[in-house]
Design a protein around this ligand. Structure first.
Ligand SMILES: [Zn+2]
Length: 90
């Protein structure tokens, strides 16, 4: 009788443990999302379509809009292809 009780306790403990692990895994995911929001937001490079963090991105203002690029090269290539020649210093 004593042994069965110990076994049942062990099974109950395992169930509680796995349930607790599931709970903490879920809350850890939520924490990661918050961490991402704190670090910045993802923006897409319109030249090569890569996603970059707005903090690290190369920022250009074009016609009043904000554009973000992964590198100076992408920014230059994109602006060269999307701006009229006369507005560009040569
Ligand atoms: Zn790029």
């Amino acid at each position: 009788m004593g042994l069965i009780r110990i076994l049942m306790l062990a099974v109950a403990g395992l169930l509680i443990y796995s349930f607790y692990k599931k709970l903490t895994a879920g809350s850890r995911r939520a924490h990661d999302v918050k961490e991402d929001e704190r670090l910045g937001r993802l923006v897409q490079d319109p030249q090569c379509h890569v996603y970059v963090d707005s903090k690290d991105a190369v920022h250009r203002k074009v016609k009043g809009g904000d554009l973000f690029f992964c590198s100076e090269d992408c920014a230059d290539d994109y602006l060269a292809a999307n701006q009229p020649e006369e507005s560009r210093p040569s």
